[in-house]
Design a protein around this ligand. Structure first.
Ligand code: SAH
Ligand code: SF4
Length: 360
């Protein structure tokens, strides 16, 4: 370990402060962002538009450190899951999901999660630590430089391990780097923060960053949601939905938010639930993304039948909602939503992998 400042996770604003502190002009920040995030350079010696004394000084006081890839597994559908080792020794996972017109990275914001939703493998594991901004943006850097498909990431979703709004500052700073034209230049529509509903931070977001927001709702009434998404006991549905409306009003350019709703057999998937859901979402501008439950060891829930999923979706569409069903990707490598645990033994369930390699 050293006391050098890791520049990887600093946004433009933080880099300007850093360079000012060593009597350097502001434009150094953009030069640095381009070297690291656009050209993939992690070595001060290669930054040829920095003079040699500056490079030497940077080597003395700063570092550019990504988290480390421990291993990766590639699914037949092209989905690739990476186990990432943090400085603290904890392991998190990220997943690259290629599609024809986009290449999405699902990243983790925390090692584990404290919120204990009953359908989530990460929640079952408990909370370990918050990722630093370097560890969050480091996942995007690694995916761009080491994915087997060699494609650049076009979309980022904070839907890996952890609750992003409980690691607010680091998530915001890393998202600022994602949006920065001198770094990744991803538009606000191509970055999605998914939250189980941390109301005060939903209300804060418009002051700090403009990205897309997805709410993990999963139940249409407080009784059921208190049980399966326990944070609902603290921020009940009425408050949550009202915070979403306030959030949307804070932007002039935002049409809607996404409502995520897992479908779990005989828990939340009846037409009565669909009816309740349509009522509580009635005056909220949203599109609804239905997620068939992804099973994992130690959880008794089952995925709803295709027939029930379609009936649920049709009901919502008849009520005038935009409703889609999320295609499950990467489940053969335990890389689908809610299956991420950062557990190496699980990540290497040999027979399911068609490839398994050591990268760094
Ligand atoms: N903590 C945040 C983001 C990570 S979870 C949140 O809860 O939104 C990302 C998405 O995966 C959420 O919508 C979550 O509810 C969903 N998810 C969790 N476990 C799942 C499972 N077993 N099957 C399908 N989706 C799951
Ligand atoms: Fe945490 Fe999200 Fe999993 Fe709930 S669904 S336990 S908030 S990661």
């Amino acid at each position: 370990m050293n006391n050098k400042i890791n520049l990887l996770g600093l946004s433009h604003e933080s880099l300007v402060d850093f360079f000012h502190n060593i009597d350097q002009p502001s434009f150094r920040a953009n030069q640095f962002l381009k070297w690291v995030h656009q050209r993939g350079c992690l070595n001060f010696d290669e930054m040829t538009d920095f003079n040699i004394p500056l490079r030497e000084q940077l080597k003395e006081i700063a570092s550019i450190e990504t988290p480390k890839i421990l291993e990766s597994s590639l699914s037949k559908d092209g989905t690739e899951k990476f186990a990432i080792k943090l400085n603290s020794g904890s392991i998190v996972e990220m997943v690259v999901i290629p599609e024809e017109n986009r290449n999405t990275l699902c990243i983790s914001s925390q090692a584990g999660c404290a919120l204990q939703c009953t359908f989530c493998a990460t929640g079952a594991q408990g909370f370990d630590s918050n990722l630093t901004s370097s560890e969050i943006i480091g996942q995007l850097w690694l995916a761009n430089n080491f994915s087997t498909n060699k494609r650049k990431i076009t979309n980022v979703v904070f839907m890996g391990m952890g609750e992003p709004l409980l690691n607010y500052e680091n998530v915001v700073e890393s998202a600022q780097i994602m949006k920065d034209q001198n770094a990744y230049g991803l538009s606000r529509k191509r970055i999605t923060i998914s939250t189980s509903g941390i109301v005060p931070q939903i209300l804060n977001l418009p002051n700090d960053i403009d990205v897309s927001l997805a709410i993990s709702l999963h139940a249409p009434n407080d009784d059921l949601r208190n049980e399966i998404v326990p944070i609902n006991n603290k921020y009940p549905l009425k408050e949550l939905i009202s915070s979403c409306k306030t959030y949307l009003k804070s932007f002039t350019n935002k049409k809607n938010i996404t409502i995520e709703y897992i479908l779990i057999k005989e828990v939340n998937d009846s037409l009565e639930h669909a009816k309740e859901l349509s009522k509580i979402l009635n005056h909220l501008n949203c599109k609804i993304n239905l997620i068939p439950f992804n099973p994992f060891d130690g959880c008794d829930y089952e995925r709803s039948s295709d027939q029930d999923i379609n009936a649920f979706k049709s009901f919502l569409m008849k009520k005038g909602f935009i409703a889609t069903v999320r295609r499950t990707r990467g489940d053969l490598i335990d890389g689908a939503c809610g299956q991420l645990v950062g557990n190496l033994n699980k990540a290497t369930k040999g027979k399911k992998l068609i490839k398994h390699k050591q990268i760094i």
